[in-house]
Design a protein around this ligand. Structure first.
Ligand SMILES: Cc1cc2nc3c(=O)[nH]c(=O)nc-3n(C[C@H](O)[C@H](O)[C@H](O)COP(=O)(O)OP(=O)(O)OC[C@H]3O[C@@H](n4cnc5c(N)ncnc54)[C@H](O)[C@@H]3O)c2cc1C
Length: 397
C-alpha cells in the first residue's frame, strides 16, 4: 500500500528527528512531516546544562544535524508550529497553522520543566529545558553574584556545576537528604555531595523553597526550616511534566505520559517515543517513563522500524545515562532499583576514577562509571553479554 499522507511526527527534538531520519534512511518513501513548536532547528538538550551554561558552546554546536542533511533527507520540518489537538477518527493533527492528515503519527513532545509555584512571574526566576531558557538564563547571569538552584537531582547538580564554572556563588537546595541522581543516586550520593562541596557549592539538603523573596525581581527564598537564602537568580530544577495537554479529548490513555505498548503503540498507527512515552516495565509489572537521551533514540529507531516494516519492534531498552560535573564524567547503565552496593571492577575509587558493578544482593543489576569512560564502555559490553566475572572485584568504600 502506498502511504498517501505519510508520517506526521509531533516534536522536533531528538526523539522526533531520530524517528524521521531513521524512517528515511531505512527506505521509507512516504512523506515525512516533523512539527515542532520551538523555532530552532533540532538541537541536543544535554549541552544546555553543561557546555552552553558554562559558556563553552554556542547554539550551533548543539545542533542535531546540519540543515543540508535535513533537506537531503527530504524531511518537511514545520517549525514554530504547535500541535493543538488530535482527531484519531479522521487521522488529523490540528496545529496553530492548520490541519495535517496522517497515515502514521509519532508523538515525541517530551516534557516541560516544572516551575516553582508563585502567583505572578518574577524576573530572575528560571527553568532550563529549552535553548531559549538557556539564552534567558545566561543573559540574566551577567549581573548576578549569588544563585539558588532548587532541586538536587541530576539537572540541579549539573546547573550548580555550570554556575560554579562561571564564578558564581551557588546554593543547591534539595528536598531529599541526599543528592538524587536518578535510580543510581543512592549508590553515589555521598560522593556527589562531596564533589559539590569541594567545588564550593553550599548544599542545603532535606529542605525546600516555601516562598520566594522580592517584589518585581527575585531576591532569594525562604526555605522550609525558616532560613532565608539571598540570591540574584533562582533556577528551578524541580522535575518535569509530560507534554500531553494537546491530546486532551483524543481518547488516548494519558496519565503521567502517553501510555503505549512495548512497541510504542498508543493506538492503531499512533506511536509515542522519548520522554513523553509511558511503556510497560521490563519487570512485567507496572510501567515506566524514562527521561534519558539514549532511551529516546532507541525508542525512535524501533518505532521507525515498526512503521517501515509493519512488524512491531519491541527491543528491551536498558536505561543508560551520563552526566558531567566539574569535569567528572558519570555514566550509569542498568536498572538500579534496590541496588545497595557497588563493587569496583576497574580503576580505584579512592583516586576518583573507577567502574563499579551495582549489586542487588549478589546479582549485578547495572554498571556505574566514575571518570573512567573507556573502562565503563568495556564493562558495559561485558555486562550486556552476561559475563559472570568483570575485572577484579573490590568493594567501594
Ligand atoms: C538541560 C538538560 C540536560 C540534559 N542532560 C542529559 C544528559 O546528560 N544525559 C541524558 O541521557 N539525558 C539528558 N537530558 C534529557 C534528554 O535531553 C531528554 O531525554 C531528551 O531530550 C528527550 O527527547 P524527546 O525528543 O523525547 O523530548 P524533548 O527533547 O523534550 O523534545 C520535545 C519537543 O517537542 C516539542 N513540543 C512539545 N509539545 C508540542 C506540541 N504540542 N506541538 C509541537 N511541538 C511540541 C517541544 O517544544 C520540544 O522541542 C537532559 C535534558 C535537559 C533539559
Amino acid at each position: 500500500m502506498t502511504a498517501r499522507h505519510g508520517t506526521v511526527i509531533v516534536g522536533a527534538s531528538i526523539g522526533g528527528f531520530t524517528t524521521a531520519e531513521s524512517l528515511r534512511r531505512g527506505g521509507y518513501e512516504g512523506r515525512i512531516t516533523v512539527v515542532g513548536e520551538e523555532p530552532h532547528l533540532p538541537y541536543h538538550r544535554p549541552p544546555l546544562s553543561k557546555q552552553i551554561l558554562a559558556g563553552e558552546w554556542t547554539h550551533d554546536d548543539a545542533a542535531i544535524a546540519p540543515v543540508e542533511t535535513i533537506s537531503a533527507l527530504g524531511i518537511d520540518l514545520v517549525l514554530g508550529t504547535r500541535a493543538t489537538g488530535l482527531d484519531t477518527g479522521r487521522r488529523v493533527v490540528h496545529t496553530t497553522e492548520g490541519e495535517l492528515r496522517f497515515d502514521s503519527l509519532v508523538i515525541a513532545t517530551g516534557v516541560s520543566a516544572r516551575r516553582l509555584g508563585q502567583r505572578s512571574p518574577l524576573a530572575g526566576l528560571h527553568t532550563l529545558r529549552t535553548l531559549d531558557d538557556a539564552t534567558g538564563l545566561t543573559a540574566d547571569l551577567a549581573g548576578a553574584a549569588r544563585v539558588l538552584v532548587a532541586g538536587a537531582g541530576v539537572l540541579g547538580s549539573e546547573i550548580a556545576a555550570g554556575l560554579v564554572k562561571r564564578g558564581l556563588a551557588v546554593t543547591l537546595v534539595g528536598r531529599s537528604r541526599s543528592i538524587r541522581f536518578g535510580q543510581v543516586g543512592a549508590l553515589l550520593s555521598p560522593r556527589l555531595a562531596d564533589l559539590h562541596e569541594k567545588n564550593g557549592v553550599h548544599l542545603r539538603l532535606g529542605l525546600h523553597v516555601v516562598r520566594l523573596l522580592g517584589t518585581d525581581r527575585v531576591a532569594g527564598a525562604v526555605l522550609s526550616d525558616g532560613s532565608e537564602v539571598a540570591a540574584d537568580v533562582v533556577v528551578a530544577a524541580a522535575g518535569s511534566s509530560p507534554r500531553v495537554e494537546w491530546l486532551a479529548g483524543s481518547g488516548l490513555r494519558i496519565a503521567d505520559g502517553l501510555w503505549c505498548d512495548s512497541a510504542g503503540r498508543a493506538a492503531k498507527d499512533i506511536y509515542a517515543v522519548g520522554d513523553v512515552a509511558r511503556r510497560p516495565a521490563a519487570s512485567g509489572t507496572g510501567s515506566t517513563r524514562v527521561e534519558h537521551q539514549q532511551n529516546a533514540i532507541e525508542q525512535a529507531l524501533a518505532v521507525a522500524g515498526t512503521i517501515s516494516t509493519g512488524f512491531p519492534h519491541s527491543p528491551d531498552i536498558v536505561p543508560f545515562f551520563w552526566s558531567e560535573l566539574y569535569g567528572t564524567r558519570i555514566q550509569a547503565y542498568g536498572r538500579f532499583n534496590g541496588a545497595s552496593t557497588l563493587e569496583v571492577v576497574a580503576g580505584d575509587a579512592a583516586e576518583g576514577k573507577f567502574v563499579g558493578l551495582a549489586l542487588c544482593g549478589s546479582t549485578a543489576v547495572g554498571v556505574v562509571g566514575w571518570n573512567l569512560p573507556r573502562a565503563f564502555r568495556e564493562a558495559r559490553a561485558q555486562f550486556t553479554s552476561g559475563s559472570p566475572d568483570i575485572g577484579e572485584r573490590q568493594f567501594v568504600p
